[in-house]
Design a protein around this ligand. Sequence first.
Ligand SMILES: [Zn+2]
Length: 136
Amino acid sequence: MSSHTYSREVLLAYLAEQLPSERMAAVEQTLRESEPLREELALLARERDQGGFTVGEVWRRERLSCPTRSQLGAYLLEALDAGPQEYVRFHSETVGCRVCAANLADLQQATAPSPEKQRRRRKYFDSSAGYLRRDS
Ligand SMILES: [Zn+2]
């Protein structure tokens, strides 16, 4: 059996039980077969319990990791700051959060991309009124 490796982020998400179910099962299967991976996971769990985390890791541990629906909407419009934008991308694409994936799909449908609509939206977000309403 070839050895699988998972990124630290994926393993942390696994520990927090935030991976999609097929992914949880895949990691579990690999853990059964790989002693080195079990050791890596144990080390990560210890590290996690001792603190010393990135913001994303803290959010995940506190289970505050899911962005709000309005943040997801802003993410789709690329209207978030670089940090949050990157976090939501990581959370939805790399971690594959089911809740957020469903929310994003829903939001994407609601904001069907017609060129006319997009022009209007850009104008809206450029205005200060749009900026103030963005986080409400
Ligand atoms: Zn989420």
